[in-house]
Design a protein around this ligand. Sequence first.
Ligand SMILES: [Zn+2]
Length: 142
Amino acid sequence: MHETSIALSILAAVEEVFNETPGAKRVSKIKLRIGMLSLIDVEALSFALKVASRGTPAENAEIEYTIDPPVFRCNRCGHTWSISEEELQRLVEKYGLQSAMHLHPDIITRFFKCPRCGSTDIEIEKGRGVIIESVEIETENE
Ligand SMILES: [Zn+2]
């Protein structure tokens, strides 16, 4: 389950912030942005974070998730664009997948053309990974 290793790297980064904060007591909130094409199951990640944070400063931290829509870039003309959730949903249904989380990034680029120049040489610029947007730390002075 790759959510566990993702959870561990998130917690390692959060702990680094914690260790650099003077008077840090506990992590109160973690804001995450999950790319729609990251192949991450948010429920599984949430569970993995809960288990992996036990006994760490991030135990019981509130975790907020934002799902980021994908952004594509054309390698020929440099145009960047995003697709709507509806378009993504249509693909999901067309290929009989459970959700957009199961659309493999390497496959999805085959289904799109650059809307400006028509090139099929496109790549995913955003929407594949997990970004830690912010970490809130409770300190002794609060
Ligand atoms: Zn183009």
